[in-house]
Design a protein around this ligand. Structure first.
Ligand code: DGL
Length: 275
């Protein structure tokens, strides 16, 4: 099938998921929307996150996508269930895949989760983990200073070390053997975060497992792209296109021929419902 996979995020962070989809599914075409103008979503109200996310989904529908990947933990926590109910195309979030990976990696089923304030308050990871194993022990911690750090392009060095060390301090008393990076931006701080944890702790980012879920759904629905032509990806941002492209190339090795700047109006009503 020649329709693209739609991926949305509050900004650039979802590109960590895109990079994995491109690696695991190099034939697929991707349309990405990053709502950089209204990033971060983490501290916003649920209603704002819901409205903004549906606006991005409506824009993806105009691109005739065959699947929607909500590559933002905060948006997944708020919108995933209703998007699955209302859209005809398969919808993938990043929380369930992250939880599945952590359960697999944790020998003792003592798991810590870090994320934005919105994601942690939603308790979505604890719920997803307990759905898999009701005996799992979960410790959740919001790290609101990590996203601004990454947005400034600071992934290592003294400031990153200090912010990470101070933010993770409350986890010190908890004896976990897996840590979920429950935010799209955090994989960019993975090395610093791992250096402040005991060696035995597995550090989990959802990107890999999310791409695996995308892959299995494509095959399950028989909607994988069959063409051997080189895929043409499209990137949209609600912020500045030049800034988006610069940061994306600084962050990760994604070939991004063009980035288009778009506007997402505040919707009075929800967008089209497929079913
Ligand atoms: N994409 C968001 C998430 O994964 C992080 C950035 C934000 O707060 O918008 O939760």
């Amino acid at each position: 099938m020649s329709r693209p996979i739609g991926v949305i995020d509050s900004g650039l962070g979802g590109l960590t998921v895109v990079a994995e989809i491109m690696r695991q599914l190099p034939k697929e075409e991707i349309v990405y929307i990053g709502d950089s103008a209204r990033c971060p979503y983490g501290p916003r109200t649920m209603e704002e996150v819901r409205t903004f996310t549906w606006e991005m989904i409506a824009r993806l529908q105009r691109e005739n996508v065959k699947m929607v990947v909500i590559a933002c933990n905060t948006a997944t926590a708020v919108v995933l269930e209703e998007a699955r109910e209302r859209l005809e195309v398969p919808v993938v979030g990043v929380i369930q895949p992250g939880a599945t990976s952590a359960i697999q990696a944790s020998a003792r089923q003592h798991i810590a989760v870090i994320g934005t304030t919105g994601t942690i308050l939603s308790n979505a990871y604890a719920i997803a983990l307990q759905e898999i194993n009701s005996d799992v022990q979960v410790e959740s911690l919001a790290c609101p200073l990590f996203v601004p750090l990454v947005e400034q392009g600071i992934f290592s060095g003294d400031e990153a070390e200090r912010v990470v060390r101070e933010s993770l301090e409350p986890l010190g008393a908890f004896d976990f053997d897996a840590l979920i990076l429950g935010c799209t931006h955090y994989p960019l701080l993975k090395e610093v975060i791992a250096s402040h944890l005991p060696r035995a702790v597995a550090v989990i980012s959802s990107g890999e497992e999310t791409a695996r879920e995308v892959s299995s759904l494509l095959f399950h629905h028989n909607i994988q792209r069959k063409s051997g032509d080189k895929p043409v990806h499209r990137f949209f941002t609600t912020g500045g296109a030049v800034h988006f492209r610069e940061l994306a190339s600084q962050w990760m090795d994604i070939t991004m021929p063009t980035v288009e700047s778009i506007q997402l109006p505040m919707l009075a009503e929800r967008p089209r419902v497929d079913k």
